[in-house]
Design a protein around this ligand. Structure first.
Ligand code: PLP
Length: 382
């Protein structure tokens, strides 16, 4: 068994056998020559079905999550769409987290529901509530932990037990934690989902998604449906994602160091009424997070005294934290979930508080980040 970073740097990335290139080439070819009809030289036929650069990324991601198969997609939502089409049919029921990523909710509420899929939002931190929500038709439980944007924690092993008893598959969206901090397959999940746009890619320069599973049949169904609908990443995107993944472990350590420090600063700040970070001892999910995560990650949310208007002023006042959607890159970002990433859940059971600000704490010098937040909170309060 190799270690995490050895896999990140080497899995799926043997030197190129024809040239010796140490880094997997970007195979920018849509099609592959055949030696006679059906005579595939290396198993490749057409790049929607498979491409060698994508294969390298998939082998690496499978190793990082401890799964047998990974399928890479053109976006996290492309991965979610294919997975839900494979797991559900009309009349089936799905459990989603009560503060899921807004795009996941939109896909379920606006697209899948038109195809006869029913869903119930549940606080997955409350296993009794999950038990009460499952029905004979429940085919999948969709879990995010930590959740976006409230950093709620679900006990993956406990949720897996309820899903298994109900005959449902457990999907864990592991985007916020990354495979370095948390490995849901080992805790009983059937499939792990990533928006590789975030920590796996790590540099805010590529959009992508991935599914990882150890279930051979499910993997085959995912590949079949992906090829049927076509939501594949291009070879350059696969290559950029793979390049980012190599440094995942060192980046996550630094993200966690910086976020822990920023969370402490926010707790002590008079303009902040509440801090959401699973690394804080007072966070209701702290013990479960400590059990299933290596560290607590780089995402921190907080409520601002003065409500929505004050929260919007903080978002506009930072100088190093860039006001932008997304997360997980080396640079620090700030956003207002209610008006930005989670605007699609307004008016639903998943609506987020207007006084909430979300930070993606980057890997800059933490003193500069602390000073930036202090001045922005001061400016917003005055
Ligand atoms: N899951 C989570 C937790 C996310 O934050 C996001 C995007 O923000 C997605 C899934 C969707 O991924 P993508 O934007 O790559 O389609």
């Amino acid at each position: 068994m190799r270690g995490f970073s050895t896999n990140a740097i080497h899995a799926g990335q043997e030197p190129d056998p024809t040239t010796g290139a140490v880094i997997p080439p970007i195979h920018a070819s849509s099609t592959f020559a055949q030696d006679g009809v059906g005579g595939l030289r290396a198993g490749y036929e057409y790049s929607r079905s498979a491409n060698p650069t994508r294969t390298a990324l998939q082998e690496c991601l499978a190793a990082l999550e401890g799964g047998r198969h990974a399928v890479a997609f053109g976006s996290g939502m492309g991965a979610s769409d294919v997975l839900l089409r494979v797991l559900l049919k009309p009349g089936d029921h799905l459990v989603i987290p009560h503060d899921a990523y807004g795009g996941t909710f939109r896909l379920v509420d606006k697209v899948l529901s038109r195809w006869g899929v029913e869903y119930t939002p549940v606080d997955l931190g409350d296993v009794a509530a999950l038990r009460a929500a499952v029905r004979p038709t429940t085919r999948a439980v969709w879990c995010e932990t930590p959740t976006n944007p409230l950093l709620g924690i679900a006990d993956i092993a406990a949720v897996a037990e309820v899903a298994r008893t109900a005959g449902a598959r457990l999907v864990v969206d592991n985007t916020f934690a990354s495979p370095y901090l948390q490995q849901p397959l080992a805790l009983g999940a059937d499939v792990v989902l990533h928006s590789t746009t975030k920590y796996v890619g790590g540099h805010s320069d590529v959009v992508g998604g991935a599914l990882v599973t150890s279930d051979d049949e499910l993997a085959e169904a995912l590949r079949f449906t992906q090829n049927a609908v076509g939501s594949v990443p291009g070879p350059f995107d696969a290559w950029l994602t793979l390049r980012g993944a190599k440094t995942l472990a060192v980046r996550m350590e630094r993200h966690s160091d910086n976020a822990e420090r920023i969370a402490e600063l926010l707790v002590a700040h008079p303009a902040v009424t509440r801090v959401f970070y699973p690394g804080l001892a007072e966070h209701p999910g702290h013990e479960v997070a400590a059990k299933q995560m290596r560290r607590f990650g780089g995402m921190v949310s907080f409520s601002v005294a003065g409500g929505r208007e004050a929260a919007l002023r903080v978002c506009a006042a930072t100088k190093i934290f860039t006001l932008a959607e997304s997360l997980g890159g080396v640079e620090s970002l700030i956003e207002h979930p209610g008006a930005m990433t989670h605007a699609s859940v307004a008016g639903s059971a998943l609506e987020v508080p207007g006084d909430l600000v979300r930070l993606s704490v980057g890997i800059e010098d933490v003193e500069d980040l602390a000073e930036d937040l202090r001045q922005a909170l001061g400016a917003a309060a005055s």
